[in-house]
Ligand binder design. Structure first.
Ligand code: ZN
Length: 263
């Protein structure tokens, strides 16, 4: 599953760049025709990229007139994102919060006996700052802490991905061969016919029910390698409220505070 769009929809027609003058302003857009689509959908991404999803064989005339109709909305979105501030650097100060499983928890610095210099408990991240700084060889925390923190998130995500797959696979009636978290920038998850499922480690930042949904979604792809009604019926059998979860995910920003939000 892509972070924003649908990876299994067939797209034999390559996306292409288009340009149009809207209310005196030249707007570039990425046109993505798909045989699956019946209507035109317009998305403006943070950063100002305009993406137009259209039916496969849509003539330029009608497409242009739809874009013109939507011009006020497109221009307002572009203006909004142009003003959006870039996320400031995360400074790793005591009491600052980090996301985990749909909540935010403060950082508390202490001396720890554990191997990783990090523990999660009592609704706090307990970090052995001295040890992390020593391991970072004098780099400031904003340069060396994200790597250590990410390693912890990934380990959590991996363990959770495996236990979820074990719980849901029998309900879907499949046996995945490998379930692995990865650093995927554009996708929440993917499934291959070989039974391999990859999941984005950032899902561990989302509420557990959202992580569940992506796991179930990918497991269902082991039976249905598409997004047909049959596929969604399979998802619905396990998670009747999948639509609400999917909607949440589409609007979510699941980037840790040291990363800029995904475009
Ligand atoms: Zn999918």
């Amino acid at each position: 599953m892509r972070r924003r769009a649908n990876p299994f929809a067939p797209s034999p027609i390559a996306p292409r760049q288009g340009r149009l003058t809207l209310e005196g302003r030249e707007v570039a857009y990425l046109l993505k025709p798909s045989p699956r689509r019946r209507t035109v959908g317009i998305t403006v991404r943070p950063g100002g990229e305009v993406v137009v999803n259209s039916p496969a064989r849509m003539p330029p005339g009608p497409l242009e007139s739809i874009l013109r109709q939507k011009a006020p909305w497109i221009l307002a979105k572009l203006a909004e994102f142009a003003q959006a501030p870039v996320r400031p650097p995360f400074l790793w100060q005591e009491g600052e919060t980090l996301p985990f499983q749909g909540e935010r928890y403060p950082i508390h610095y202490c001396h720890l006996a554990g191997r990783d210099g990090l523990m999660f408990g009592n609704n706090r991240f307990w970090i052995d700052r001295v040890r992390w700084e020593r391991a970072g060889k004098g780099q400031p925390p904003e340069d060396c802490f994200p790597q250590r923190m990410t390693r912890w998130y990934r380990a959590q995500a991996q363990a959770q991905a495996e236990s979820r797959a074990a719980r849901f696979a029998p309900l879907v009636g499949v046996k995945p061969t490998v379930v692995k978290v990865r650093d995927q920038k554009q996708r929440w998850g993917s499934a291959a016919q070989t039974g391999v499922i990859h999941l984005n480690w950032r899902l561990v930042l989302a509420p557990p029910g959202i992580f569940d949904y992506v796991v179930v979604h990918e497991l269902c792809h082991l039976r249905e390698m598409n997004h047909s009604p049959k596929f969604w019926a399979l998802v619905a059998k396990v998670l009747p409220d999948w639509q609400a979860r999917r909607k949440w995910l589409r609007q979510a920003d699941l980037t840790p505070p040291w990363e800029q939000p995904a475009p």
